[in-house]
Design a protein around this ligand. Structure first.
Ligand code: ADP
Length: 472
């Protein structure tokens, strides 16, 4: 067993976590919604793809809605509530036609195009919305993006909206200035007929030159500012879209990989229990290896999933006050068999019973198990690993010290970067993804703490996790 297999044990049930975890009215409404009675059916039957898409949609900052299945069942995010107007919250979980029978004739042909795999854009659609209790003019550019189910068939659409009201108003302002100038020209021409010609001509010309200059300046400044804003906005949107797509891909892949893996474990269990017939000792040994490999692969997948959640900012923390000795014992219980099997002496220095940290219990254990597994992994037979705790006035420091191969000075920061594994002349590239430390550090930072390291080649390493102390 290694870091990943051990942390997989801690998170064996993460897959069964109910969806819609986190803050916000729509997540709350989705949690309380009777999906069994909707066309989408029971949440437990939803494909991982649908779950992941809804997760991503709910996390989007701009108004977004996922429509799914032959009835175009709607699930939308907090920002989309204004768009729904009076149909919120009744429209949640309803088919498109049932939710908005009056406007369905305009939406239906759009969705028909999306179902063929086409992404449909509508630029500057006028969609009045409720703002502070009043109906307000607003314009949006809307993208209808086809989304596919796990079999690759278009099963719905992600509707994503970007408000363009400000630009539409700016365009109108430009038109208004041009029209005013035209009127001024016409007025000057009329005046010239009834007033002394030269004076009026001069005054009108001067006025025209000045207003033309002001107009050109204003338009140039606006065009420049708009171009700058648009390119910054586009760069930001591109980066966001790329990040979302990456996170979505990793999440969907991780879910898709875990399902068959759980089946492998389940069938191996059935055989091991003798349900399929008598099992010989050789077969039992093979089954044990199947289970170990399954745990290992599950650990790798869980790491990739955690990393994807960190990248897309969709990881939730459940903070509580945790007795340090409890976390210490949980991590020790998981690591001591591994240390024993490698002939490594594991020394754990207990903490005061009253010592408490403010953290997420599972994530704290995940970090400790990762640091301890690394210590055991990178220490040779006969070495030592020492696990101790040192409180300060406001912090608790967890030290994991090993007498292992150590780390070269130039690699000390690199090891916290994702997918980095350091090759040394003594150690072949070890099993793992190179994600453990990067995930652990992000988790520690997410809980108001950090992870640091002190090490020298062949002199062992000390990793220190710092967390805020909860004072009694
Ligand atoms: P993984 O263990 O999956 O490779 P980590 O992010 O946990 O990924 O570790 C990254 C790299 O940091 C490891 O591959 C190893 O080179 C180095 N490392 C981590 N912990 C130790 C340690 N206790 N002693 C020596 N090297 C370590």
């Amino acid at each position: 067993m290694n870091v990943i297999a051990a942390s997989a044990l801690l998170r064996a049930n993460a897959d069964d976590e109910p969806p819609f975890q986190g803050e916000g009215e729509m997540r709350r409404l989705c949690r309380g919604f009777d999906w069994d009675a909707s066309a989408l059916g029971s949440v437990r039957q939803w494909s991982p793809t649908l779950r992941a898409l809804i997760d991503v949609m709910l996390a989007m900052p701009n108004p977004a809605m996922l429509v799914w299945g032959p009835e175009f069942v709607q699930v939308y995010n907090d920002a989309y509530r204004d768009i729904m107007g009076a149909t919120h919250p009744a429209g949640l979980g309803l088919g498109g036609q049932a939710s908005s029978p009056d406007t369905w004739h305009t939406a239906a042909p759009l969705y028909a195009r999306v179902l063929t795999g086409e992404t449909v854009y509508i630029v500057d659609a006028a969609i009045p919305i409720m703002r502070e209790g009043l109906l307000d003019d607003a314009w949006f550019t809307v993208a209808y993006v086809p989304v596919r189910d796990h079999e690759g068939i278009v099963a719905g659409a992600l509707v994503s909206m970007h408000e363009t009201t400000d630009r539409v108003f700016a365009d109108r302002e430009n038109l208004r200035i041009c029209a005013a100038l035209d009127r001024m020209n016409a007025a000057a021409a009329v005046a010239a007929d009834v007033q002394p010609r030269v004076l009026v001509r001069r005054a009108a010309d001067q006025l025209l030159i000045e207003s033309e200059r002001a107009r050109v300046d204003a338009v140039a400044a606006r065009t420049f500012a708009e171009a700058a804003w648009e390119s910054a906005e586009k760069a930001r949107a591109d980066a966001e879209a790329a990040n979302l797509a990456k996170g979505r891909f990793l999440t969907v892949m991780s879910h898709e990989l875990r399902t068959p893996l759980n089946a492998i474990g389940g069938y191996a269990d059935l055989i091991e229990l003798g349900i399929r017939g008598p099992v010989t000792p050789v077969m039992l040994e093979d089954l044990r290896r199947i289970q170990l490999s399954k745990q290992h692969l599950l650990g790798l997948i869980n790491d990739v999933l955690d990393y994807a959640k960190l990248e897309t900012g969709t990881l939730d923390y459940r903070f509580g006050d945790i007795a340090v000795w409890v976390a210490l014992s949980a991590a020790e219980a998981l690591i001591s068999p591994i240390a024993q099997s490698k002939g490594i002496q594991l020394e754990v220095h207990g903490a005061d019973e009253g010592l408490t940290v403010h953290a997420d219990h599972d994530k704290l254990c995940q970090i400790l198990v990762n640091l301890l597994s690394n210590a055991v992994k990178f220490t040779a037979h006969g070495g030592q690993v020492r696990f101790s705790v040192a409180p300060t006035a406001h912090l608790v420091l967890f030290h994991v010290r090993d007498s292992g191969i150590g780390i070269a000075p130039d690699a000390l920061e690199q090891i916290f970067a994702p997918f980095v594994q350091v090759r040394t002349d003594r150690a072949r590239l070890q099993e793992g993804t190179g994600l453990g430390l990067s995930i652990s550090r992000e988790l520690a930072r997410g809980m108001g703490g950090d992870i640091t390291v002190q090490s020298a080649p062949r002199e062992g390493s000390t990793f220190t996790l710092t967390l805020p102390r909860r004072l009694a």
